[in-house]
Design a protein around this ligand. Structure first.
Ligand code: IMP
Ligand code: MG
Length: 336
């Protein structure tokens, strides 16, 4: 019985979706609960030969025995939510908290029409910033007032805490990454709320004493979309040459790329109170790793990198991603 919080350690797009879908299939949690900002976050989950691009439904939905919940802190766009319920086939086991704030078309227009947000900050144009601003003003509409959401409404905090108290496994999913935090990130080039593990807990209504493990996910290199500093940033040509040039899930923009950053990673471990670390896309940096499911299969250079991460972060690297499918993972949790 373990209550996991999983968050990103860099600027989002670390591959949380993949790590969480693996954990869900493996640990069979009775509840997967999504915290985080809102529809600005895109998670790619590949499982059983299918690829899901999700912005509202938690990545842990792939385990069919799990209740799939969206916490009160998360912004819900009813159009996106209802479409994903169909795509992911989770009707009947998905729940939205009564108190989720609702993204309205005007929030999207404001986001896209703002030279500050969409121009300077490079927002995703999904309405999250303006919606959170209205929430702070206490003028925003909540899920409990939306007819189309009626059949999905629930008390996420109650369901999650009851499951944890019964001794069942649970996964709490954060979104974005540590340095997109409104409090701890590269302000003003950040998202419209905190993104650390503490915030993910608050989003779903669980207290810090109930959490057993905080898993911070890092990609084997760093990417960032939108404006703001990116230490060690590569040219687009160099990123492409290395195979690190990615395209963003939500906006289709090219992601900027840089080598793995130990200093940022150490800060992320501190800000989130990490107990474990995951490294994703190791196969992109070390192609011989592709599809490996045991540590022994890794080439020496990749092993040295993982050991360097463990020694600098002083945390065990328990989960290593070696390919796109949810099952392309080295799981070392038994060894710690
Ligand atoms: P907003 O969250 O749409 O307001 O965008 C603010 C900044 O956060 C922009 O630089 C976005 O590119 C970035 N951002 C927001 N959500 C994500 C995400 O899920 N992954 C990566 N970057 C994100
Ligand atoms: Mg993403």
């Amino acid at each position: 019985m373990t209550c996991y919080v999983v968050v990103g350690g860099f600027f989002g797009d670390e591959g949380k979706g993949k790590v969480i879908s693996y954990l869900a299939l493996k640990d069979k949690p009775s509840v997967v609960a999504r915290g985080g900002c809102g529809t600005n976050a895109g998670h790619t989950v590949e499982y059983g030969g299918r690829r899901f691009k999700l912005r509202q439904i938690p990545s842990g939905f792939v385990y069919e025995g799990a209740r799939v919940l969206i916490g009160a802190g998360v912004l819900v766009d009813p159009n996106v939510f209802l479409k994903e319920v169909e795509e992911a086939g989770v009707k009947g086991r998905v729940g939205v908290d009564y108190n989720c704030a609702i993204i309205e078309p005007r929030h999207i227009e404001q986001d896209r029409g703002s030279r500050h947000l969409s121009g300077k900050i490079g927002s995703t144009g999904t309405g999250c910033g303006p919606c959170n601003a209205e929430r702070a003003m206490r003028t925003v509409r909540l899920a409990r007032d939306v007819d189309e959401l009626k059949e999905y409404l629930t008390d996420v905090s109650l369901e999650l805490n009851e499951a944890v108290d019964r001794g069942e496994n649970a996964i709490i999913e954060g979104t974005q990454g540590t340095f997109l935090s409104l409090y701890h990130g590269t302000y003003p080039y950040v998202t419209s709320k905190d993104t650390t593990a503490s915030q993910a807990c608050a989003d779903v209504g669980i207290g810090p004493t109930k959490v057993d493990e905080v898993l911070v996910v890092f990609k084997a290199y760093v990417t960032r979309v939108g404006g703001g500093p990116l230490p060690g940033e590569l040219s687009e040509e160099e990123a492409e040459r290395r195979g690190w040039l990615e395209v963003a899930t939500v906006t289709g923009r090219k992601r900027r790329a840089a080598p793995f950053n130990f200093e940022l990673a150490r800060r992320a471990v501190r800000l989130n109170g990490a107990t474990q670390v995951a490294i994703t896309k190791l196969d992109v940096v070390y192609p011989e790793c592709q599809g490996a499911t045991s540590f022994e299969e890794l080439p020496r250079k990749a092993v040295e990198f993982v050991e360097e991460v463990e020694s600098q972060l002083r945390r065990p690297v328990t989960i290593i991603g070696t390919g796109a499918d949810a099952n392309s993972v080295i799981d070392r949790r038994e060894e710690i």
